[in-house]
Design a protein around this ligand. Structure first.
Ligand SMILES: [Zn+2]
Length: 86
């Protein structure tokens, strides 16, 4: 019975250790994901607007390129090639 109690205690300790590590702390995890949620929300907004018929507004690769380059007209490789008429 003693070993069982010790096991339980060590599991609890392990969970607390995990929580104290970065990425497992509920507070910092929420802060990270809320930023991502905002990004997703912006993407959803864009896809559900009147620009819906524009192919590049639906493309997550294009959006990624725009975020990375800071250029709102940036296109992913596929759509850049398409835009150039290839
Ligand atoms: Zn694209």
């Amino acid at each position: 019975m003693t070993s069982n109690r010790e096991k339980k205690r060590s599991i609890k300790q392990g969970v607390e250790e995990l929580r104290s590590k970065t990425g497992w702390d509920p507070t910092s995890f929420t802060a990270k994901s809320s930023e991502e949620q905002l990004r997703d929300l912006n993407q959803e907004k864009r896809t559900s607007t009147i620009y819906d018929d524009e192919t590049d507004s639906k493309c997550s690769e294009c959006l990624k390129c725009r975020q990375e380059s800071g250029d709102p007209t940036a296109l992913c490789e596929t759509h850049l090639t398409e835009a150039m008429g290839f």
